[in-house]
Design a protein around this ligand. Structure first.
Ligand code: SAH
Ligand code: SF4
Length: 407
């Protein structure tokens, strides 16, 4: 076997392992205690199977899809193209669910944060970040309750992984936010309105919950429903290298990579996943990422920690790492949270760093923190949800399970 084939085989094995472990943390079943099933989150094929099971024709899928994802209705009686008796039959067997809103807070800068609660009582946060100049904004969606990857500067990282969010819970965050802003029906062929982009940058590591995230993104991208273009979706990863290729090939969404350090010794410490997938492997995966181009650049996120990763030498090394890549660098001033031990870089350090990256030809905007007063800024999200003992959803199974060989 050639070296290349061997690497491909190893990557495939690693992907299989990641997906198998991820499944241990899947959410509870879609069936409600009264036996009804939530239709949100089902693919077209799954919806067709549900219809077949109750003796209904395949064309019902198209109708239901339109009402659920284009019109945004949650009540079968509003589906005017479906006759009353069938509306009643559907309502007996199914629901069109939404996560419930536990709390909602609006910041002085209009950023809004929801604490959504799901059927089993678990909670996750979603943040709407309006664009201050344009009449639109981005919705920052969570993919897991908690996170396994204790990055030292991140509030979510202090909360153990409780479980993955399911497909309906991921799509449901977007749909519930649309409900709140009265944004149904989905615009057809026009520019989306307030909720015009999705960033998978909330709680959790989306590539450790790939199946649910991918199914959810396929639903929001479906042209007959929410119809958000893949160009309006950005997935942020701390660097789960084996899943990056799959994400690019299958979803083609924009990629953001949480780099934060340019030397393995420092990244090993602040982004511990680096011990498993070090910088060289991460950068190679970025170079392979399908669809990256000057029009669709890879975003490197870099949280600026005073005296830790913000020197001029760091900036020069960053430029060396990304040279030749269609890339931009988001410099994120560290957002403090209760109990955090880092300090944000000084304004001088930030501007010096940005200048070096810019002079090398890369855009390097300094991100203004949004929603800090309501703990809604990058890395400030955390819920009270806790993993309860052993049991469903994997109990105390550690994730990822085996310490990486390089540790
Ligand atoms: N787990 C994924 C996506 C969620 S985190 C990831 O790490 O990419 C979203 C972004 O916020 C990441 O770039 C993360 O590193 C950054 N972040 C985390 N804590 C932060 C903090 N305290 N201040 C500023 N940015 C932070
Ligand atoms: Fe998890 Fe991302 Fe926070 Fe790291 S930065 S702990 S990967 S949510």
């Amino acid at each position: 076997m050639t070296a290349l084939a061997k690497t491909a085989e190893l990557t495939e094995a690693e992907r299989t392992r990641i997906l198998a472990k991820s499944a241990l943390f899947n959410p509870p079943s879609l069936v409600l205690p009264d036996g009804r099933r939530d239709l949100v989150g089902l693919s077209r094929a799954e919806l067709a199977a549900e219809m077949a099971a109750i003796g209904e024709a395949p064309f019902r899928v198209k109708q239901l899809w339109h009402w659920i994802y284009h019109q945004g209705v949650v009540d079968f009686t509003r589906m005017s193209s479906i006759a009353r008796p069938l509306q009643a039959k559907l309502a007996e067997r199914f629901v069109i669910g939404r996560p419930s809103v536990a709390t909602v807070q609006t910041s002085v800068d209009d950023t809004r944060k929801w604490l959504f609660q799901f059927r089993d009582g678990q909670q996750a946060e979603t943040v709407y970040i309006p664009d201050p100049e344009l009449d639109r904004g981005a919705l920052c969606i969570s993919s897991q309750v908690g996170c396994t990857l204790s990055c030292t500067f991140c509030h979510t990282g202090t909360q153990k992984l409780v479980r993955n969010l399911g497909t309906p819970e991921i799509v449901g965050q977007f749909m519930a936010a649309r409900d709140a802003y009265g944004e149904w029906p989905s615009p057809k062929g026009e520019t989306p309105r307030l909720l015009s982009t999705i960033v998978l940058m909330g709680m959790g590591e989306p590539l450790y919950n790939y199946e649910n995230v991918a199914a959810a993104m396929k639903i929001v991208m479906d042209n007959e429903g929410i119809a958000l273009s893949r160009r309006r979706i950005t997935l942020s990863t701390s660097g789960v290298v084996p899943m990056m290729d799959r994400c690019g090939e299958e979803l083609g969404v924009n990629l953001a990579v949480s780099l934060h350090a340019v030397r393995d010794d420092l990244r090993d410490e602040i982004v511990p996943l680096n011990r498993k997938y070090p910088i060289a492997e991460l950068m190679a995966a970025c170079r392979r990422y399908p669809g990256a181009s000057n029009a669709r650049r890879i975003t490197f996120e870099y949280v600026m920690l005073r005296g830790i990763n913000d020197s001029e030498a760091d900036a020069h090394e960053l430029v060396r790492l990304i040279r030749g890549l269609p890339a931009k660098v988001n410099l994120i001033p560290f957002n403090p949270w209760p109990g955090s031990s880092y300090e944000p870089s000084t304004g001088n350090a930030l501007h010096r760093f940005a200048r070096i990256v810019m002079d090398a030809g890369f855009a390097s905007p300094i991100r203004t923190p949004r929603g800090q007063d309501i703990l809604a800024a990058c890395g400030q999200l955390k819920t009270e949800s806790e993993r309860k003992g052993r049991g469903r959803a994997g109990g105390n199974v550690p994730f990822p399970p085996d310490p990486p060989s390089r540790l």
